[in-house]
Ligand binder design. Structure first.
Ligand code: GTP
Ligand code: MG
Ligand code: ZN
Length: 352
C-alpha cells in the first residue's frame, strides 16, 4: 500500500471510502480529495500531494461527475483519476436559468452550520427550509444562532429553534468572539468537513474568519487565465480550519434551492406526514374531507396552523422545483399524494 492512512484521515478519509477499495486499487492507486473545481480541471489534494487533474465522471448522469469534496482514486503512476468513490453526502440544486439540469454543489460534507441571528432576520420557515436541505443531502445540521450579544432575549430565539426538530443542535454565540465559537470545535476537528448557509448579514464571514483563525486564507485567491486569456479570480473552496477540519466555501451553497427534497421535508415535518397518514382517505387534501386527521388536530389545538402553512408552502415549492427537473414525475404530485407516498415509503421501509 502506498498511502499514509493516518494523514489521509486528516483530509476526511474514513472507512466509508476505504471499504470501497479493491485489493488491486489499494496497491495501485492513491486517494485524493477534490478541493476546487475549475472549468477544465480539478484541483486535488492528499498528504504530500497537490495536483491538477482533468474533470472526471464515473458515468453519464449529472450526479456522476466529481465535485468539490469528492474523493477520487488516482493511478499512482499516471496520476490520472480512475474512479470516483461513493459519497457520504451530496448537496445539489437546480441549475440556474431555465435549463432542466441538476448542479452539484458539494460532496462529503459532514456538518451544515445553518447560521441565523437574534434579530428581525430570524425566520422559522427559512430555518425549516435549510433543515430540509441538510436532511436531503444526508448532512447533520447545527443551527448557529449569532449576535447573542445584541439581544437580551436570545434564550427565546434558541427555544424556538429547538422546537423545530427533535434533537436539533443549536449553538448560540457571538460570532466575533473566538472563545464563544469554541463550542463549534467538535464539528471542526481533523477529518471533519463543514459548510455554512444563512441569509446575508447573519455573520457567516465573521464565523468563517473566527474558525479559520487566519482571514487571509479565505481571501487568498488564485489568479489564472480563463479560456479567453483574461485573468479570472477564483477562491479555493476547501479551507483548513484552526481546529484541523475543512471548511467548504462555495458560492453555490448560498443559492441552494429545494429540488427533489421530499425526503428532507419528510424528516423535518415527520409529525405532519405521520398525521396525514391517518386521514380516512388516502388522497385527503385536508380540506373538507371527512375523517381528516390534520383538520382534527388543528381544531383540537394539537397542531400549529402556522406550521401546517409552512409545510404546505415548502411542499409546493419543492414540487414546483422538481417539476422543472423531472416534469413528468412531478405533474401528478400534490400535497395529499405527496404525504401519502411518504407514509407508504415509510411503511415499506419498516416492512423490509
Ligand atoms: N454584535 C455582533 N455582530 C456580529 C456578529 N456576527 C456578525 N456580526 C457583524 O454583522 C455584520 C455582518 O456579518 P458578516 O459576517 O459579514 O455576515 P455574512 O453572513 O457573511 O453576510 P453576507 O456575506 O452578506 O452573506 C458584520 O458587521 C459583523 O461584524 C455577532 O455575533 N455579534
Ligand atoms: Mg459574508
Ligand atoms: Zn386530511
Amino acid at each position: 500500500m502506498t498511502f499514509d492512512l493516518t494523514r489521509l484521515a486528516e483530509y476526511g478519509w474514513s472507512n466509508h471510502y476505504h471499504s470501497q477499495l479493491t485489493p488491486e486499487e489499494l496497491a495501485r492507486c492513491i486517494p485524493a480529495r477534490v478541493v476546487a473545481v475549475h472549468r477544465n480541471r480539478l484541483e486535488v489534494a492528499a498528504p504530500g500531494l497537490e495536483a491538477n487533474v482533468p474533470p472526471f465522471s464515473e458515468g453519464d448522469t449529472e450526479e456522476s461527475a466529481a465535485t468539490i469534496g469528492d474523493w477520487l482514486l488516482l493511478d499512482s503512476v499516471t496520476r490520472l483519476p480512475v474512479r470516483l468513490l461513493s459519497r457520504k453526502s451530496l448537496f445539489k440544486r437546480k441549475a440556474a436559468g431555465n435549463v432542466q439540469r441538476l448542479q452539484l454543489i458539494a460532496a462529503n460534507v459532514d456538518t451544515l452550520f445553518v447560521v441565523t441571528s437574534c434579530n428581525q432576520e430570524f425566520n422559522v420557515a427559512r430555518l425549516e427550509r435549510y433543515l430540509a436541505l441538510a436532511a436531503q443531502a444526508g448532512v447533520m445540521p447545527v443551527v448557529v444562532l449569532t449576535k447573542t450579544d445584541t439581544a437580551d432575549d436570545w434564550e427565546e430565539y434558541r427555544a424556538s429553534v429547538s422546537k423545530l426538530m427533535p434533537g436539533l443542535v443549536v449553538e448560540a454565540l457571538d460570532a466575533r468572539d473566538e472563545g464563544a465559537c469554541d463550542v463549534l470545535r467538535v464539528w471542526c476537528g481533523p477529518g471533519q468537513t463543514v459548510a455554512l448557509v444563512g441569509s446575508s448579514g447573519v455573520g457567516k464571514s465573521t464565523l468563517v474568519n473566527t474558525l479559520l483563525g487566519n482571514p487571509l486564507q479565505l481571501t487568498s485567491e488564485i489568479r489564472e487565465h480563463d479560456s479567453h486569456g483574461r485573468h479570472a479570480t477564483t477562491s479555493r473552496s476547501l479551507h483548513r480550519m484552526k481546529a484541523g477540519g475543512w471548511l467548504l466555501d462555495t458560492p453555490g451553497m448560498r443559492e441552494l434551492q429545494l429540488a427533489g427534497t421530499e425526503a428532507g421535508v419528510e424528516e423535518v415535518f415527520s409529525d405532519l406526514t405521520e398525521l396525514a397518514g391517518t386521514c380516512r382517505f388516502q388522497d385527503c387534501r385536508h380540506d373538507s374531507e371527512p375523517g381528516c386527521a390534520i383538520r382534527a388536530a388543528l381544531e383540537e389545538g394539537r397542531l400549529d396552523p402556522e406550521r401546517l402553512r409552512r409545510f404546505r408552502k415548502l411542499a409546493a415549492e419543492d414540487s414546483r422545483n422538481s417539476e422543472a427537473v423531472h416534469v413528468r414525475r412531478a405533474r401528478e404530485r400534490g400535497f395529499g399524494r405527496m404525504t401519502r407516498r411518504i407514509v407508504e415509503e415509510k411503511q415499506d421501509r419498516w416492512r423490509k
